[in-house]
Design a protein. Sequence first.
Length: 191
Amino acid sequence: MVTARAPDGRPLGLTVNSFSSVSLNPPLILWSLSRQAPSCPDFCRATHFAVNVLEARQHHLSRQFSTPLPDKFGGVEFADGPARVPLLTGVIALFVCRKVWQYDGGDHIILVGEVEHYKYNEGEPLVFHSGRYRIATRHLRYCGMTRAGSRELGGSRQNCDNAPQGGPASPLDTVWVPVLNTRPSHATRRS
């Protein structure tokens, strides 16, 4: 979710499918905005924006902010952050950025921001992949699973739940698991 303040003070928000790191020094990230989004002119005039990384149970916010509603923030807990950028409550990470560039990207505008504030909370991220919401879990290869669904550890068999904690050995060792058996409507307009 990306949030910002319109020049007239209205909170802005929309669901985006990704954002990307550009640079570590200075810390820069980017995201793309459809030129057809009703909020495009306001996001382009905003001086700051925030990337709110949703927690796995916040799929309702992803859906709410991906539909054209008169008040996308209705019923949503948020607080004003630096530059009055709306910051969603309960997210697992926040990147508050000062917009430094915007580029023509065909039917999108590419916005680049310098990260001025960052916050991380424990939790699992919401993942949207292949048209479905998903959760991330350790790859079976990483936790040493056998075909029988158990793990060999020092001569005894254990569930993977008892495997040592820590991240995957490489990004390829993560597998995405469906969490909801619903797809968002393809008729939904992004705004």
